[in-house]
Each structure stands twice: as C-alpha cells, then as structure tokens.
Ligand binder design. Structure first.
Ligand SMILES: Cc1cc2nc3c(=O)[nH]c(=O)nc-3n(C[C@H](O)[C@H](O)[C@H](O)COP(=O)(O)OP(=O)(O)OC[C@H]3O[C@@H](n4cnc5c(N)ncnc54)[C@H](O)[C@@H]3O)c2cc1C
Length: 389
C-alpha cells in the first residue's frame, strides 16, 4: 500500500548539492529535512579525476550514503519519478509519496552519449575513456599509462559538463608519467577545447595554457567533437557554436590512439518532462539548457513555483556546473528560503527583493599543471574530503 509522509523540506538527491544544503539547513535549525537518495554508496566525484590520473582508487572515494548524510537529517531510500508541483507531492518509484513545504531538486545530470554519436562505442574499445563514470575513470588511467607511442587526444566539452576543466588533471598527470617512463617523445598530444579558454579565472588560465604549451601539447580552442568513428579511431570536429545559429565549419578528422572525453551531460528525463524544465524551443531560452530545471538565477527558485528550488548540476544556470558552486549556492538558498526569513512563505515578490546569488569565483580541487596531484579540501560543506596520496 502506498503511503504519504509530510516533511518541511524534501531534498531530492544526496550528492554534493543535496548534502551541502541539508547540512546547512540543519545547522540553521531546520528540524524536518529529508534527503531522497536511491544509492547506498556515495561517490566523492572530484576524486574521479585522480583515479583517471592514476593517483587514487575507487575505494578511496566511496562512502556509505548513510555515513555522509548529515546527522539530524532524514534519509529516504528511494528514487523520485515525478513531481506534482500543484499538490506539493513527490512521487517515488516504490509508489510512496512525500508531501513538502519546500522542495529542493538536486538530482544532478548524467553523461549523454547520444550527443556525440559513436562515443559510447569508442569507450567500449579501450581506446577511449572518461573520468565522468567511475569504471571508465579506472580505464582512463589504464589507457593513458599503457600508451607508449602514437597520438593522445584530450577533449574538454562545455555542454553542461560538470567542472569541465577536470580533463586537465589526467592530461598533466599522463604527461608526467610519459616523461618518467621515457616515452614522451613518441606521443603526440592534442587538447581540444570547446570554449575560448581552459578555465574561467584569467590568471589560472594563462598559467595552465603556458604549462600545456611548454610540455609540447597542441591546444585548439573553439571546437567540439561531433562524432567518433570507433573502429577507425577517428573523431570529427566542428566549430563550437553556443547559440546553435551560426554556420559551422567542419575540420579535418582527427585520428587517435588514446582519447579522453568529457562528454556532454543531460538532465534526468523526469525533470525534462516535469513541466518545470527549460523547454526545447520555449521563450525561456531552450538551446543547450533544454531539459534542465528552470530557476531564477538570482534566487534559485522556480519562477512559477516559488517553493521549488534547484541546486547543482540539474539547474539551468549561466555558469559552469561544479561542486564548489553547489556549496556556494546552498549558502545562498539558506538566505533566500523561508527558513531564513522566519518561516514566512516566500512569494515571487519577496524573492525578487531577496539577495541574489551570483556565480563569482568558486573552486575546489584546483587544477594541477604538474605531475603532482594535490587535492585541496574540496567543498567546505561537502561532508568529507578524501585524502590523495
Ligand atoms: C570527474 C569529475 C571531477 C570533478 N571535479 C570537480 C572539482 O574539482 N571541483 C568542483 O567544484 N567540482 C567538480 N566536479 C563536479 C561536481 O562533482 C558536481 O558539480 C557535483 O557533484 C554536482 O552535485 P549535484 O548534487 O548537483 O549532483 P551529483 O553529485 O551528481 O548528485 C546527484 C545525486 O542525486 C541522486 N539522484 C539522481 N536521480 C535521482 C532521483 N530520481 N531520485 C533521487 N535521487 C536521485 C544521485 O544518485 C546522486 O547521488 C567534478 C565532477 C566529476 C564527474
């Protein structure tokens, strides 16, 4: 028999955004907060970069979900399949429902292999891999460390890729490994970047760019992979076109022996079809944000349902999704949410008067331009920070 329980705040997703928010709300005195999370094992995702760079193992980045859920916060072990915004209900796969005063949607995003035809076939060959999936992160280092001659291509896409510059970690760690093992001269290395720079911070960008050039990496900006021909180990490129309107130039096919991909991501289907998301051709923007949760970028509230909030990779925000920004947004949510204004309901009118969040500068695992991996404490409110040897 299906049951309905009521909670003051329901948070969907016990990843970086959901856990950061849950912890902050609890510290601020909210006493009826539950996190809905189906997985029993939590992955500390920034550390996947170090797995892909041969510096850490999957065991080091895994923790039981119940251990990382903040004390005093409830956990519902379940998967959300639908939101009924008018009745303030969240439907679970199990058939149960949760009724909420406020709902924070933080289910993240997932790799969209379909966005780059042939990419899924390519990763199945062992000549291509990504750090965005745990098993593939392990295979990334096997592939890079096993390369002794030929052509290595690293791709940094920007289509909703969480923390897109993470490609730089396996790149610089592989360069150091190839130098140490005496094969560097036999490997041609190219870095293909969708945007006009490697990272948003100008000073870091120039240091990283110069470090790549100094280590013999050819860097091409403003290109995205349009397809991969797995059997022939070739990828096709076109000009990056953020608006989707300009005519694009196709480039000569790029052969590879080892291919690192940072694949485009998509929002969960149940968000895309919830009526709460950016429509593909709607007046609210569409384009690359289609399917992601529509939120006011200043308050993180849904424009039509002010008691629904969106944080983390699922939110359509004009900023690179990353763990550090999840933490900064959860602080902001605290200030604009009803709990911060004495439990008075927040109306769209009060929301527009609230302080507004701006992306600013946020970083957690700083990029490395050397062969030494260093992990700063990633997100102050992310429950734990795993050591990197
Ligand atoms: C390889 C890699 C390296 C990274 N490096 C950095 C870094 O150095 N610095 C940085 O700031 N960021 C980094 N990031 C980005 C950072 O990990 C993400 O931005 C962050 O995890 C996003 O948090 P989130 O909570 O939105 O999504 P997630 O962390 O993906 O969590 C989403 C959670 O929602 C759950 N969920 C999904 N669907 C449902 C459902 N239907 N019902 C209930 N629960 C659901 C999932 O199981 C998951 O636990 C990196 C990411 C990767 C992959």
């Amino acid at each position: 028999m299906s049951t309905t329980t009521h909670h003051d705040v329901v948070i969907v997703g016990g990843g970086n955004a959901g856990l950061s928010l849950a912890g902050r709300l609890h510290r601020d005195g909210a006493r009826d907060v539950v996190v809905v999370e189906p997985e029993d094992v939590h992955h500390y995702r920034p550390m996947l970069s170090y797995v892909a760079g041969g510096q850490a193992s999957l065991t080091q980045l895994r923790r039981p979900q119940d251990e990382v859920t903040p004390d005093g916060v409830g956990r519902v072990r379940g998967r959300v399949v639908r939101v009924d915004a008018d009745r303030r209900l969240v439907h679970l796969e199990s058939g149960g429902t949760l009724h909420y005063n406020d709902l924070a949607l933080c289910p993240g995003s997932s790799v969209d292999w379909d966005a780059v035809p042939g990419s899924a076939d390519a990763v199945a060959t062992g000549h291509a891999a990504t750090s965005y999936l745990p098993d593939s992160a392990v295979r990334t280092w096997e592939m890079l460390a096993g390369l002794t001659a030929g052509r290595a291509v690293f791709v940094m896409d920007d289509r909703h890729v969480p923390c897109a510059p993470v490609a730089l970690k396996p790149l610089f760690l592989a360069l150091a490994h190839w130098r140490a093992t005496g094969v560097r001269e036999a490997i041609d290395v190219e870095l293909l970047v969708a945007g006009p720079r490697l990272v948003d911070l100008a000073r870091a960008d120039s240091v990283l760019h110069d470090a790549a050039i100094a280590q013999g990496v050819r860097v091409r900006y403003g290109v995205v992979v349009s397809g991969v021909e797995a059997a022939g180990r070739t990828l096709t490129l076109r000009d990056a076109d953020p608006t989707g309107t300009a005519s694009t130039t196709n480039h000569a096919p790029v052969p590879y022996d080892a291919l690192y991909l940072a694949p485009p991501h998509r929002a969960p289907d149940w968000i895309a079809t919830s009526g709460l998301a950016v429509e593909p051709d709607g007046s609210d923007g569409g384009g690359p944000d289609a399917g992601f949760l529509l939120v006011d970028p200043g308050t993180l509230q849904h424009p039509d349902h002010p008691r629904i909030w969106g944080l983390g990779d699922v939110a359509a925000l004009d900023a690179l999704p990353s763990g550090a920004r999840c933490a900064s947004r959860s602080r902001w949510w605290r200030r604009t949410s009803p709990r911060a204004v004495g439990a008075r309901p927040t109306s769209p009118t009060t929301a527009t008067r609230s302080p507004r969040w701006s992306p600013g500068r946020a970083t957690s695992c700083s990029p490395s331009s050397t062969g030494r991996a260093r992990s700063s404490r990633p997100c102050p409110s992310w429950t734990w920070s795993a050591p990197v040897r």
